[in-house]
Design a protein. Structure first.
Length: 622
């Protein structure tokens, strides 16, 4: 085999692996960090998730900043105090800069602005916006203390805006630092479909701004309180402290809530898809790759005493341990995030509302699972402003956590079901074997007794115990099939496949005796292709969780093996970089792709040979 064809085969194999991966391989390729290094997972999460968090936070911050501008910041004796012109102007300029930064980030998500320009503009813009608004908050706080004014919900919205602007700046600064150190190129590690999450977040924020402006008039409340009402409505918490009383308000809340729930569901689904489609498989790939490199070093140091099956068992053991670590990390991380939102949120309400900490925990937990009894609801401006920010982040997060827990519990249930089946086989198979032995023993005893008493009849007729034994064996066989339908059907399928394969081979061999050498070779090749097609049909019924056995892998590589190289002769293959099991792989799909490619190449080779042979036969006949 020449170097060009060998390179083509390696490229085809790599392409088939990419199509069978459980994550987008481009996310790994662009990383400048070795997958087995300790910092790989951290920089991968920064490259993929920090842009998503910034894209979700940016429009939400602008929405909250609008509430901080529309509502007055001070109140005296039940009346709102107008904001000083200087503070109002700084507030407006800060909002304009923040919206401009958000627009540039959206353009970069749409690939209209380069990474470096967008990052510099966003970092500088959000830093200036946060700094200006922070100065305005400090000055207004000094004024309120001097004149005895009460801080309203608008003031607290401004404080939250400062914190969120600073958080967006930190996220982008850390991402830019990773690019500066060469851990990834000048881009967000997101696919085109994943970049659409920011569009839906902008639509969500605009929908809330419109709804708050509308319900502030329909409910006769301030813009900030109307934003709080929109939040508890769309998140289906419904605390009951603000309710529509007019017909117009009731009609509009139906339309607003339904549309808002749909938009929020799209954002939750896309954000969860971005994280779940890459975090679990990439963490699995990292743990497998780290353990594989160490196992390969141990194997090369003791290469003389290692067989191909040993390396296969080792990589499967590594994959099993890595899968357990992935599920454990996912469950622990989601549980930690849930506890953080729950307990920290309760702590804020403890200071803002003056409730006992137990009641704060009780209130936050009911809100997280969207049960609004109405016995507790935030009344102060600080409590309601914080509730808007906390609920928009916590309630969707709780939905994602429940979904993640359900997926992991389902995977554990599937494994438990398999374990129960194996345990039942260990218990029942020996019992059936013992029963089978007893039946055979007593059948022999009965046959011996019958032969002594009726020796003449046994000579002239067939032994009745044989038919009895056959009926018992048939009964036992049917009972085993009823007890183990999965294994029995699989054995019958394998038996039929082997019988068909043997019959096809025998037929082809008998026919090849009467055919010319070239046609005989063609018949044998077509028979081999027929066997591959039948195996392909069996593989098509397997799902992604099906594990391929060592014998099936060897059968695949016997079909597609390269000239001068056999996988079975390489003891380090399964722990090398050529091994497909180093990736989070859909194993049945990968084998199907490899078989289809091999069948396609073989058929193309047969067609080419027949085309070349036909002109030669025509010239010979003339």
């Amino acid at each position: 085999m020449d170097a060009a064809s060998e390179s083509t085969q390696h490229q085809d194999a790599r392409k088939l692996i990419e199509e069978s991966l459980m994550f987008n391989r481009e996310k790994i390729i662009i990383m400048g960090t070795d997958p087995s290094s300790p910092s790989f997972v951290a920089w991968f999460m920064i490259s993929s998730y920090f842009p998503v968090f910034a894209a979700c936070l940016g429009p939400i911050v602008n929405m909250i900043a609008v509430a901080g501008i529309v509502d007055k910041w001070g109140m005296h004796q039940g009346h709102f105090v107008p904001d000083p012109p200087g503070i109002f102007a700084v507030n407006v300029i800060s909002l304009v800069i923040g919206c401009s930064s958000n627009l540039v980030l959206l353009l970069h998500f749409a690939k209209k602005v380069s990474y470096v320009r967008a990052q510099l503009f966003n970092i500088i813009g959000w830093s200036i916006a946060a700094g200006m608004l922070l100065i305005a908050v400090i000055v207004d706080s000094y004024r309120d203390m001097r004149h005895g004014h009460t801080r309203t919900i608008g003031f607290w919205y401004a404080c939250i805006t400062v914190a969120l602007y600073a958080l967006c700046t930190i996220l982008l600064c850390v991402h830019f630092l990773g690019f500066h150190k060469g851990h990834y190129p000048a881009t967000f590690n997101l696919t085109d479909s994943e970049r659409n999450v920011m569009i839906f977040t902008c639509v969500f924020s605009l929908w809330f701004i419109w709804g708050s402006a509308m319900f502030s008039q329909l409910l006769n409340v301030t813009f900030g309180n109307a934003l709080y009402f929109c939040t508890i409505s769309v998140l289906t918490v419904g605390l009951g402290d603000l309710v529509p009383t007019t017909v117009a308000g009731k009609i509009m809340i139906l339309i607003f809530s339904l549309t808002g729930v749909i938009i929020l569901g799209l954002i939750i689904g896309m954000t969860r898809g971005v994280i779940q489609s890459s975090s679990g498989p990439v963490l699995f790939f990292y743990t497998v790759e780290t353990a594989r490199v160490k196992a390969q070093e141990r194997l090369l140091a003791n290469i003389g005493n290692t067989k191909n099956r040993d390396s296969f068992d080792e990589i499967n053991k590594i994959r099993k341990v890595s899968k357990f670590k992935q599920q454990k990390w996912t469950l622990l991380s989601t549980f930690f995030v849930f506890l953080t939102f729950w307990l920290v949120g309760a702590l804020v309400f403890f200071f803002a509302e003056g409730w006992s900490y137990f009641n704060c925990i009780y209130f936050c937990f009911l809100c997280l699972i969207t049960i609004g009894y109405g016995d507790f609801a935030p009344r102060t401006g600080c409590g309601r402003a914080f509730f808007v920010t906390w609920a928009i982040g916590a309630v969707p997060l709780m939905t994602a956590i429940i979904s993640t827990f359900a997926d992991n519990l389902y995977a554990m249930a599937v494994n438990l079901e398999i374990s129960i089946i194996k345990l039942s086989e260990w218990v029942t198979i020996p019992a059936f074997s013992c029963y089978d032995w007893c039946v055979r023993h007593f059948s022999k005893w009965n046959r011996y007794s019958a032969s002594k008493s009726t020796s003449t009849s046994s000579e002239t007729s067939s032994d009745p115990t044989d038919s009895c034994q056959r009926s018992v064996d048939e009964e036992l066989g049917s009972s085993r099939d009823a007890t183990f339908p999965l294994s029995s059907s699989a054995n019958r399928t394998d038996y039929r496949s082997n019988s068909i394969r043997m019959k096809t081979t025998d037929d082809n061999h008998s026919r090849s005796q009467s055919l010319p050498a070239e046609e005989s070779k063609l018949v044998e090749e077509l028979g081999a292709l027929l066997g591959s097609v039948k195996w392909l049909q069996q593989l098509s019924r397997n799902d992604a969780r099906t594990k391929i056995t060592f014998e099936q892998w060897m059968r695949l590589y016997d079909v597609i093996q390269e000239e001068g190289y056999a996988v079975s002769d390489d003891p380090s293959f399964w722990l090398s970089e050529k091994s497909p099991l180093r990736y989070p792989l859909d194993e049945p799909r990968y084998i199907m792709y490899r078989l289809l490619t091999s069948i396609e190449n073989d058929i193309q080779d047969i067609i080419t040979r027949l085309k070349d042979q036909k002109p030669h036969d025509d010239s010979a006949s003339e």
